[in-house]
Design a protein around this ligand. Structure first.
Ligand code: SF4
Length: 409
C-alpha cells in the first residue's frame, strides 16, 4: 500500500493531477506538429496504449498553427512543449492547448515568463515547470559546477516564484536527470519544499532495454515513497512503448486498475515439463490480442505451478504431456499439452464474461483427481523427467525412489 504525498490538484483538460487523482501516464509525439494528420494518428495510438495526456512540440509557427486542429480533434488533452520562444507559448495557448511545458533553462527572461503565466492564468491552463539536467540554466551550472539535485531544484523554485508573483498556481513541476540516483534525489528534495504535483521522469533514458530499466528504477522508487502524480518514460523508441510500459508500471504497482493482461510465468527449471519460454510467449501474444484484464500464469510443472501461482486469476501448469488449467489455484480442467494456449484463451474469455465463482462451479469434476494423479506420478519419477541423462543411472543406484520423502520435495 502506497501513501501518496499530499499535493495541490490541477487539471490538464479533464485529467486531474495531484490530490486524490490517479497517477496519469504521459508520452510525447515524434511527428512534426505541422503534420496534423500524422500527429493525430500518433496521438490516437498513444491514447489506445495507455497515454492519458500527450505532449507535442511547438517549435515553430507551423507547429503552433497545427495545434489548432490537433487540439480540436485529439482524444486526450494536449500539452505544448516550449523551448526558447515565449511567443510560441502564447500562440499555443491561443491554439487551445490544455497545458504548457516551459523549460526554465532556455526561457530565462522573467518578464516573458510572467507574460506567459498571465495568458495561462486567464485561460485556466496549467504550466509544467520542466527542469532538465541537460539544459539547466547556465548561471546555475556555473554556480554548482554540474547539474546537481540542488541546482535543479533551485531552477524550479526560481521559476515558481515568477509564476506565483503573478498569482499563477496552476502548476506541476519536474526535475529530470539522466542519472537515476540524481533524479531520485532531485525529486525528494523538491517534494520537501513544495506541495505542487510532480511529473516524474528519467530524462534521456535511452533505448530499450536500458532506458526502460532506468526509467522504472527512478520512477518506481519515488512512487513507492508516495512521490509523483504523473509519469513519462522517456524512451528512445516508438512512443507507443512509453505509453504501454508507463501504464503497465502503474498497474504492477497497483496504482491504476488493471486494464491489461498481466502474464506471469515461472522462470523454468529442471522440473519443467514443457518449453516454458515458448508457451509463455505464445500465450502472451494470443492473450494480449484478446485484451483480457487478467493475471494469467504459465507454469512449467504441476508439482509447484498451481500453488506458486495461486493468486493468478487463471493459469496453466504442464505435467505428463498435459496441461492443468487452474483458476485461483484450483484445477478446473486437464487438457492435452498442445492445447494449453488455446485452453487459456477459451477460459480467459469465459472468465472475463462469467467471473471466478461461475467458472469454478463449472469445473470439470474429474480434473482435480486427474491432476493429483499426475502430480503423484511426477513426484515418483523425478529421475526420469529431469534432463540428467549422463549421471542419472549412477545417481539412481545411490538414491532409490523409496528414499525420497514426497512431503519434502
Ligand atoms: S513451476 Fe516447476 S518448472 Fe517452473 S520453476 Fe517452479 S519448479 Fe521449476
Amino acid at each position: 500500500m502506497i501513501t501518496r504525498r499530499k499535493t495541490k490538484e490541477i487539471f490538464v483538460g479533464d485529467i486531474g493531477i495531484g490530490g486524490e487523482h490517479p497517477i496519469s501516464v504521459q508520452s510525447m509525439t515524434t511527428t512534426k506538429t505541422s503534420d496534423v494528420d500524422g500527429t493525430l494518428g500518433q496521438i490516437y495510438e498513444l491514447a489506445q496504449n495507455g497515454a492519458d495526456i500527450v505532449r507535442v512540440t511547438c517549435n515553430n509557427i507551423d507547429a503552433a498553427k497545427g495545434l489548432v486542429s490537433i487540439c480540436k480533434r485529439s482524444p486526450v488533452p494536449i500539452i505544448a512543449d516550449i523551448h526558447y520562444q515565449y511567443k510560441l507559448a502564447l500562440g499555443a495557448v491561443e491554439a487551445g492547448v490544455d497545458g504548457l511545458r516551459l523549460n526554465p533553462g532556455n526561457i530565462r527572461d522573467e518578464k516573458k515568463i510572467k507574460e506567459v503565466a498571465i495568458a495561462c492564468r486567464d485561460s485556466n491552463i496549467p504550466i509544467r515547470i520542466g527542469v532538465n539536467a541537460g539544459s539547466l540554466d547556465k548561471d546555475l551550472l556555473k554556480k554548482y559546477g554540474e547539474a546537481t539535485p540542488e541546482s535543479l531544484v533551485e531552477s524550479a523554485l526560481t521559476e515558481l516564484r515568477y509564476l506565483e508573483d503573478v498569482d499563477f498556481n496552476n502548476i506541476k513541476i519536474s526535475v529530470k536527470h539522466s542519472n537515476v540516483n540524481s533524479m531520485i534525489d532531485s525529486y525528494r528534495l523538491l517534494a520537501d519544499k513544495v506541495d505542487y504535483p510532480l511529473h516524474l521522469g528519467v530524462t534521456e533514458a535511452g533505448p530499450l532495454p536500458g532506458g526502460l530499466i532506468k526509467s522504472v528504477a527512478g520512477i518506481s522508487s519515488l512512487l513507492k515513497e508516495g512521490i509523483g502524480d504523473t509519469i513519462r518514460l522517456s524512451l528512445t523508441a516508438d512512443p507507443v512503448e512509453e505509453a504501454k510500459y508507463g501504464r503497465q508500471l502503474l498497474e504492477y504497482l497497483e496504482l491504476r486498475d488493471r486494464k491489461n493482461l498481466d502474464l506471469i510465468a515461472c522462470p523454468s527449471c529442471g522440473r519443467a515439463e514443457v518449453d516454458v519460454i515458448d508457451v509463455a510467449s505464445k500465450a502472451q501474444a494470443a492473450l494480449e490480442k484478446e485484451g483480457f484484464p487478467l493475471q494469467v500464469a504459465v507454469m512449467g510443472c504441476v508439482v509447484n505451478g498451481p500453488g506458486e501461482a495461486r493468486s493468478a486469476d487463471l493459469g496453466i501448469a504442464a505435467g505428463k504431456g498435459r496441461g492443468h488449467l487452474f483458476i485461483k489455484g484450483e484445477v478446473v480442467k486437464v487438457v492435452e499439452e498442445s492445447e494449453m494456449v488455446n485452453a487459456l484463451i477459451e477460459e480467459g474469455r469465459l472468465l472475463s464474461e462469467q467471473g471466478v465463482e461461475a467458472r469454478l462451479a463449472a469445473a470439470d469434476k474429474n480434473a482435480s483427481k486427474i491432476a493429483e494423479e499426475d502430480v503423484k506420478f511426477l513426484l515418483n519419477n523425478q529421475g526420469d523427467i529431469n534432463n540428467l541423462n549422463i549421471k542419472k543411472k549412477t545417481v539412481t543406484e545411490i538414491i532409490s525412489n523409496e528414499d525420497i520423502d514426497e512431503e519434502n520435495i
